[in-house]
Design a protein around this ligand. Structure first.
Ligand SMILES: [Mg+2]
Length: 306
């Protein structure tokens, strides 16, 4: 028996909370919430939780990698708005006997790498290890980029090849412990500079690929009311097409923009690897295709009960 689905549950939460109204420019449902500040700026807020047995397996992941990834998952949501991260609150639920030092070392390493200041949080005992981070951010140059602004004719870009993290997990399960894909799974990278470059270049919509291209493209297209016609999907070396389409946790950015030349120029000016054009937005919101075929594959969805 299937439940209402993650998006439907989020919609029901939004309806319950909407009478409170007001502050958020865009609240529930984008990569990060955007709240207007008195000085006219915009504050970004996001939160993410990693749960042992759901998001990671301590038999395959070193606790320091879990700490690293927990920060990256949040920073990536800020990056997907064209923002840069600021302050974090870290809340941990810790099972009996679990040593915290390794987890916190990875967390501190990642926070340092992205300029995130951890300013508080909470600790509790519990049955499963949970790492929950709330993170703020701001957009240094341009207004935030939402998921909802893509228009028919916009070119669709990804900031790099996909599937490396999923391939890395497959290799780890097969007993491998090194290589580029394993590293991509253990220590993913959030694309902060790329997100800012995309915003600068006039990106109309953006999302980070945390749940797989097929799922995250559906989110962007649905929020924008457009369809998408993909020509090809760039597959990371060592990964296969299925992993590139449905593998989560690549944390590359997916965005739409009307002017490919401006996109190339902005990435070049920032000395970044140019993003890859993968397709185009189309009028018909029903159309989601790859090389003329219906886009297969859905990423992970949690089973929820309302
Ligand atoms: Mg996201």
């Amino acid at each position: 028996v299937s439940g209402p689905g993650e998006l439907e549950v989020i919609e029901r939460i939004r309806r319950l909370l909407s009478p409170l109204g007001g502050a958020a420019e865009v609240g529930i449902g984008d990569d990060a919430a955007v709240v207007a500040e008195p000085d006219g700026g915009a504050l970004l807020l996001t939160a993410d939780v990693l749960v042992a047995g759901v998001h990671f397996d301590l038999a395959l992941s070193d606790p320091s990698d879990v700490g690293w990834k927990a920060v990256v998952a949040n920073v990536s949501d800020i990056a997907a708005m064209g923002g840069e991260p600021l302050y974090a609150l870290v809340t941990l639920v810790v099972p009996p006997g679990f040593a915290l030092s390794g987890l916190y070392e990875g967390l501190a390493e990642s926070a340092g790498a992205y300029g995130v200041q951890v300013v508080g949080g909470d600790l509790s005992a519990g049955n499963e290890l949970c790492v929950s981070i709330a993170l703020t951010g701001r957009c240094p140059r341009c207004p935030p980029v939402f998921r909802s602004g893509a228009r028919a004719g916009d070119v669709i870009f990804v900031t790099g090849p996909l599937g490396a993290s999923a391939a890395g997990l497959r290799l780890l399960r097969a007993g491998e412990s090194s290589g580029a894909c394993v590293e991509a799974h253990r220590r993913p990278v959030a694309r902060v500079a790329e997100g800012i470059a995309a915003a600068t270049a006039g990106a109309t919509a953006m999302i980070d690929i945390s749940d797989g291209l097929a799922t995250d493209l559906r989110h962007l297209a649905a929020a924008s009311g457009v369809g998408a016609r993909l020509e090809e999907v760039p597959v990371a070396p060592g990964a296969d097409l299925e992993e590139a389409l449905t593998g989560g946790e690549d944390y590359q950015l997916l965005f739409s923009a009307p002017d490919p030349a401006a996109v190339q120029a902005a990435f070049e000016a920032a000395r970044l690897r140019p993003p890859l054009a993968v397709g185009v937005c189309v009028q018909d919101p029903i159309e989601l295709t790859l090389a003329g075929e219906p886009l297969a594959g859905r990423g992970y969805e949690h089973n929820l009960t309302w």
